[in-house]
Design a protein around this ligand. Structure first.
Ligand code: FCB
Length: 472
């Protein structure tokens, strides 16, 4: 039992219920209609990088099945759909020359959403950097931020009359520290200083991207960024401060306050002098946002290593040797209390509530949207007289408690505007390939059959209960 089980799930009028995906994880059609490889194509085809050698060539085949997928979203009553655009589908050759077939795909998708009354929320960068840009230095190179601004401008030129809300980046923490630090994500480099340069160039890309979209869009869209917040727990204030600085404030301070914090610069002094930050960059990065996207799954429990005994690396990410914590390698990540999801992540809805409250205290007046929350479990298909079903009671319980935590945060004054469940479909879970299922819709990878899981039906009922109130 959890006290959240008794919290009535009533959300304010206008609260948006939706679900999220990302291009590389669902689209497939990797080499079709002019798309060129992204760093995740290259990485997943490098032996040993991804579970079972899985790749994104077919994924959920959403590129071909988009129309019936939209019908399914409509049947599920989704009010919003957060998806991402594949950069190398829209601009296959690193420059700014548009691939019309790529543009047509996203244009059809967005029209299909609008026809069904579903609000499109587009993420520009969900980790799939065009390989050609990685070959020119990737996020360690400043020029990638400039290329991103061009991409944002082109994307807004194509879709900027119809997208309701844009998210520049998804979880730049992962792009920088897992991509260029620990090497558990593409492009798989282990460069401590490069990881921090990537942090800055992603921040710069965000700021330039926001300005480019505002200039090119014609429908006055909402602008945002999605961050994955680390919620450090434990008794060690210094360890918690370090992780908060490196994981959270490295992004929120420049984006929302226009500065890098002194303690972050001091913690990383041995790694870099931050000379990649040029005059004027911080004012480019610091742009007003209509909402801040919050991704939340679990917590970390940290402690400064005392120099003795084995190191503890339970930070929730694959340990492939490199460090995701440049300058703070002396912080240990302790094992945490269960229950756990199939990712081994601890389930802690109360920390979602605390995180939302803490963000609204740190950034008063800043609206928030949960852009991802959900759980992987090892689902089973049950044959019933009504057809195949997935009775994913664990996921329903997980979602119910996290929605309740969000409701409690609203009661404590948080301006939370919506909740996107990760994920609409089972999909390519990065280094874990297809071994982890996060969907509220099951995907059979042999037949591409979709089955709405009990969690998907639960979300449909939650949305319906709210629509009924509004209509009444
Ligand atoms: C987040 C990613 C998303 C998905 C979930 C489980 O870090 O943004 O693509 O992999 O985790």
């Amino acid at each position: 039992m959890s006290h959240y089980d008794d919290v009535p799930l009533r959300f304010p009028e206008g609260f948006l219920f939706g679900s999220a995906t990302a291009a590389f994880q669902i689209e497939g059609a990797a080499a079709e209609d002019g798309r060129t490889p992204s760093i995740w194509d290259t990485f997943s085809k490098t032996p040993g990088k991804v579970w079972n050698g899985d790749d994104g060539d077919i994924a959920d085949d959403h590129y071909h099945r988009w129309e019936s997928d939209l019908d399914l979203m409509s049947e599920m009553g989704l009010q919003a759909y957060r998806f991402s655009i594949s950069w190398s589908r829209l601009l296959p050759h690193a420059g700014s020359v548009l691939n019309q077939k790529g543009a047509d795909f996203y244009s059809r998708l967005v029209d299909g959403l609008l026809d069904r009354g579903i609000r499109p929320i587009a993420t520009l960068y969900h980790w799939d950097l065009p390989q050609e840009l990685e070959d020119q230095g990737g996020w360690v190179a400043r020029s990638t931020a400039e290329r991103f601004a061009e991409y944002a401008s082109v994307a807004a030129g194509v879709l900027g009359d119809r997208i309701a809300a844009w998210t520049t980046l998804n979880e730049p923490w992962c792009s920088a520290y897992l991509g260029y630090g620990s090497a558990s994500h593409a492009p798989g480099r282990t460069e401590p200083e490069g990881a921090l340069a990537a942090v800055h160039h992603l921040n710069l890309a965000h700021g330039l991207g926001v300005q480019a979209i505002r200039a090119a869009a014609t429908n006055d869209p909402e602008l945002s960024v999605t961050l994955n917040f680390h919620v450090p727990l434990g008794d060690d204030a210094e360890a918690k401060r370090r992780i908060d600085a490196l994981a959270n404030r490295a992004f929120t301070s420049p984006m929302l306050l226009g500065r890098y914090d002194e303690d972050l610069l001091a913690d990383t002094r041995e790694v870099t002098d931050w000379s990649f930050v040029k005059d004027g960059d911080l004012s480019q990065i610091h742009q007003p946002l209509d909402f801040l996207g919050v991704n939340y799954y679990s917590t970390v429990t940290v402690r400064m290593w005392d120099g003795e005994g084995a190191r503890e690396r339970n930070d929730g990410h694959k340990d492939v040797g490199g460090s995701a914590w440049p300058g703070s390698e002396m912080v240990d990540f302790l094992p945490q209390e269960g229950p756990y999801t199939d990712m081994g992540w601890n389930i802690a809805p109360e920390s979602l509530e605390d995180l939302l409250v803490s963000l609204s205290e740190q950034f008063p007046g800043q609206p928030l949207v949960i852009t991802e929350n959900g759980a992987a479990f090892a689902d089973e298909v049950t044959q019933t007289p009504d057809g195949p079903r997935v009775h994913d009671a664990d996921r329903v319980r997980y979602l119910r408690r996290h929605f309740a935590a969000a409701r409690c945060a609203i009661d404590r004054g948080v301006d939370l505007r919506g909740y996107m469940v990760w994920s609409l479909f089972d999909n390519f879970e990065w280094g874990y390939g297809y071994s982890k299922r996060f969907g509220i819709v099951r995907v059979d990878y042999d037949t591409q059959e979709r089955i709405v899981k009990d969690s998907g039906l639960w979300l449909r009922d939650l949305v319906q209960a709210h629509s009924a109130t509004v209509a009444a």
